[in-house]
Design a protein around this ligand. Structure first.
Ligand code: ADP
Ligand code: MG
Length: 357
């Protein structure tokens, strides 16, 4: 219905969610001449500081959502754990890019893995777990494995590692506390972890960022090396998987896919229907960042070749590490980003920096 709508400078792009990703989208929107309106349920959201305007209300507040849709010309989002009804409501009034389908798939690890497998894309082996007996049977089948909540997990939260010494009763007790659906994944003996950020616009154009290598600590991304030092065939595999995913979802926006490398082959871990932490390097190291591509796509403008300007690494500043910023700022080959969060918490993403090789 909204296929041909293209925004003009001065128009307002609505962004749902008010964290660092939305904040970085606002900066890039401003460079293209667009205004931004953030919708977030959290007071003091980092993106409120840099958006043109914002609405602070819960994600199921129909009246507030109506007021929001009246103020904007198209809508995108910065995180996937939103009620699908909220997005369907928005999509009934305005272009929503990406659409609700991608979000629905990425919200549930069971649905997500089935989606990839149905498209002949390999993932870790997995089982749906609905009872303690399922967990025992799953452990007998997989041995080393990870029990995860199928919904609402991020930064390694809601995950329980299982190996031969584990007490399954305790894991079952802890994992069922949240009352969320559960998935058991076989632990992948991966050699390295990679990701790719790609984007697609309404004219079906697709662009890919370089594949990057990710180093996690306690399930949280710590460091991204860009570009990853890999065989060209790994890059081809990653781009092909991204292309199939973008096309089968008729996706409009930025998407990231996380991979495990096992025996020279990529297995998909998960995807994110939005800009991704492992693509933050693009703000400084590319002529066109992942946030710009998301804004272009939301505005109905073609995405564009990103043009890598230099190689290096991106390091996340977690918790108190944000206090390193003044010292880092003395180094001319380092570019820091402070997210402006009001409270420091252990493991919380507070900022990041990019260092040129
Ligand atoms: P999140 O949504 O929190 O990012 P992930 O499923 O990506 O959750 O898990 C975070 C990290 O935990 C992964 O990047 C990887 O390092 C490790 N991990 C997750 N699932 C597996 C698995 N099946 N096998 C091996 N490592 C895993
Ligand atoms: Mg992940």
């Amino acid at each position: 219905m909204f296929q041909d709508s293209q925004l003009k400078p001065g128009d307002v792009i609505g962004i749902i969610g008010g964290g660092q990703l939305a904040r970085m989208m606002c900066f890039e929107a401003a460079k293209l001449g667009f205004k931004t309106c953030i919708y977030s349920d959290t007071e003091n959201s980092p993106a409120f500081q840099v958006a043109t305007s914002y609405v602070c209300a819960s994600y199921d507040d129909t009246k507030a959502l109506e007021g929001f849709t009246d103020r904007v010309s198209s809508v995108t989002f910065e995180f996937e754990n939103l009620p699908v009804e909220t997005l369907n409501f928005i999509a009934s009034k305005l272009p929503l890019r990406p659409g609700a389908k991608a979000l629905e798939i990425s919200q549930n690890r069971l649905v997500e893995k089935k989606f990839f497998n149905d498209n002949n894309i390999a993932t870790a082996e997995y089982l749906e777990i609905t009872s303690y007996e399922d967990l025992v049977a799953g452990f007998n089948k997989f041995q080393d494995s990870i029990l995860k909540t199928a919904t609402l997990g991020y930064d390694g939260k809601g995950q329980f590692s299982i190996s031969s010494g584990s007490t399954l009763e305790k894991i079952w007790h802890d994992a069922t506390e949240s009352n969320l659906p559960l998935i058991l994944e076989k632990t992948v003996p991966f050699e390295r972890e990679f990701s790719i950020v790609a984007a697609r616009s309404i004219d079906s154009k697709i662009i890919y960022y370089d594949v990057v290598e990710n180093i996690h600590e306690s399930g949280i991304l710590k460091k991204t090396i860009f570009p990853a030092k890999i065989d060209p065939n790994i890059k081809d595999q990653a781009e092909e998987i991204a292309r199939i995913t973008l096309e089968s979802l008729e996706y409009v926006g930025v998407l990231a896919i996380e991979f495990f490398l096992v025996d020279g082959k990529l297995l998909v871990n998960e995807f994110a229907p939005r800009p991704h932490n492992s693509g933050h390097f693009s703000l400084d190291a590319c002529l066109h960042s992942q946030f710009e591509q998301g804004i272009r796509a939301a505005a109905g403008i073609s995405v564009i070749e990103p043009e890598l300007l230099f190689s290096g690494r991106m390091v996340n500043l977690l918790g108190e590490e944000v206090n390193q910023i003044p010292e880092l700022n003395k180094n001319s080959s380092v570019k820091t980003h402070h997210y402006g969060k009001s409270e420091i918490k252990p493991g919380r993403k507070m900022g990041h920096y990019v260092v040129r090789d």
